[in-house]
Design a protein around this ligand. Structure first.
Ligand SMILES: Cc1cc2nc3c(=O)[nH]c(=O)nc-3n(C[C@H](O)[C@H](O)[C@H](O)COP(=O)(O)O)c2cc1C
Length: 183
């Protein structure tokens, strides 16, 4: 098994999403008896904004296509994903490679791959809550991965900015879920 481990939090050791992706990758490796892990840290090694010339370099796309499982740390910044992670997605959504347009509409070509996303959000965005309309992280990632044929799995740590107790409880709950994901 080849796991592609992607992080995009700017918060280093304090990051909740990084702690959760680390735990997911560890649990997957224990369950699988090893496997290769490729780490792509989009903060220590950021990808530039997309340009037309950038399409000539398919290394980021190839790395994604070669992975069986992709584990992504996705903190919420300003109600959506970090621009570092968007720059990565801009290399992944490529017509003819991960999706194509047919007479019946768009068709995803990247199915068969497992994508697990560790969400970390300062607030709560449950359906029906006052902030639900501002949730453009989980909904966006569900949409773009669905577009290329993948139904992502999510582990969420929410309410992290509410206070220290809530933060500790949310991270503990999310870390607990990582065992279930690897089972
Ligand atoms: C620049 C920045 C913008 C943020 N914007 C939001 C936001 O719009 N909504 C929210 O719920 N939390 C927001 N937060 C809080 C983060 O989602 C929260 O701190 C989370 O823990 C980030 O993940 P991390 O710990 O992996 O870095 C923001 C944090 C930062 C640093």
């Amino acid at each position: 098994m080849t796991i592609l481990h992607i992080d995009s939090s700017i918060s280093g050791e304090q990051s909740a999403s990084r702690a959760i992706t680390r735990s997911i990758v560890d649990q997957l490796r224990i369950a699988d008896g090893g496997g290769d892990v490729i780490i792509r840290d989009l903060v220590s090694a950021p990808l530039p904004h997309l340009t037309l010339d950038a399409f000539a370099d398919t290394s980021v796309l190839d790395e994604f296509l070669d992975a069986d499982t992709v584990v992504i740390g996705a903190p919420m910044y300003n109600f959506t994903l970090p621009s570092q992670l968007k720059a990565w997605l801009d290399r992944i959504l490529v017509a003819g490679k991960t999706f194509r347009y047919t007479e019946n509409g768009p068709e995803g070509l990247a199915g068969g791959k497992r994508v697990i996303v560790a969400l970390a959000r300062g607030g709560f965005y449950d359906q029906g809550s006052p902030a639900a309309a501002l949730e453009h992280l989980e909904s966006y990632l569900r949409g773009v991965f669905g577009f290329i044929g993948i139904e992502p799995e999510f582990v969420a740590a929410d309410g992290l900015a509410i206070g220290p107790e809530q933060r500790e409880q949310s991270i503990k709950q999310a870390l607990g879920q990582t065992t279930r994901l690897a089972a």
